[in-house]
Design a binder for this molecule. Structure first.
Ligand SMILES: O=C(O)CCC(=O)C(=O)O
Length: 239
């Protein structure tokens, strides 16, 4: 990413309502430092991936106990967000919550939406491996919201890239990662962000296939409801 780039240079024009893909958002060294900093004792193993949350998980009422993010999740990423103007309109003017997901080949996440606990912008940094995010359109059928079973768009996420979803791309779509080992049929007409990829030649050379290895993603969000109870306990003078 060049210093004079603006977010609009990275718009995925095929997807309506504001989705942006920034290749090479961080350097190889920054990627290696982040991977090294992820604590090995915070993972929660789920059936099809493992995850950790910083600074903590949300309560049942979708409230975050106020606490700072660890320094390694702030610098360099949040500083780079600032230079692109990301989160400038959100209530806390910066992300206050990071979900880290790790997917081995054949692992993924069911189609879902991120919901109302967060301000409608999500910024995901990908590390280590490439995979496809499937985007589904929500259709309104009377009172019921239905999910079309086939993804409407596919967005390829390369290591060190940033994907930003906001506006109606946040509110009117669902996203998921299929539990496969190889992403196939990757071409200019099947990948929504093809023209923005850092290296599409490798996909052409591989016959449109991406063989997945382990991928880690850092998903930054601004949680709307924050309780100062945690800050008061942590900040209480001793004695
Ligand atoms: O790992 C990703 O890129 C997607 C994560 C995700 O969908 C989520 O955290 O809700």
């Amino acid at each position: 990413m060049a210093a004079d780039n603006t977010l609009d240079d990275f718009r995925i024009t095929e997807v309506p309502g504001s989705m942006f893909y920034v290749p090479d958002f961080i350097s190889h060294k920054e990627e290696a430092d982040l991977l090294k900093a992820i604590p090995s004792n915070r993972w929660i193993q789920l059936q099809h991936r493992r995850l950790q949350t910083h600074p903590s998980s949300l309560s049942k009422s979708n409230t975050l106990l106020e606490a700072p993010l660890p320094a390694w999740l702030v610098d360099p990423i949040i500083s780079k967000f600032k230079s692109l103007g990301l989160f400038s309109d959100s209530p806390h003017h910066a992300p206050n919550h990071v979900l880290i997901n790790e997917y081995n080949p054949n692992e993924g996440i069911m189609p879902h939406e991120d919901g109302a606990a967060y301000y409608p912008i999500v910024a995901t940094v990908s590390l280590s491996s490439t995979l496809c995010l499937d985007i589904y359109e929500k259709t309104q059928d009377g009172e019921e919201t239905r999910l079309n079973s086939t993804p409407k768009w596919r967005v390829l996420q390369e290591p060190r890239s940033l994907l930003v979803t906001c506006g109606s791309a946040y509110t009117d779509t669902l996203h998921g990662i299929s539990e496969i080992e190889v992403d196939e049929d990757l071409r200019a007409d099947t990948v929504a962000n093809w023209g923005l990829l850092g290296d599409s030649n490798i996909l052409v050379d591989n016959g449109g296939k991406n063989v997945r290895t382990t991928r880690v993603s850092l998903t930054y969000r601004d949680v709307l409801k924050v309780s100062r109870v945690g800050a008061r306990i942590l900040g209480r003078p001793r004695g």
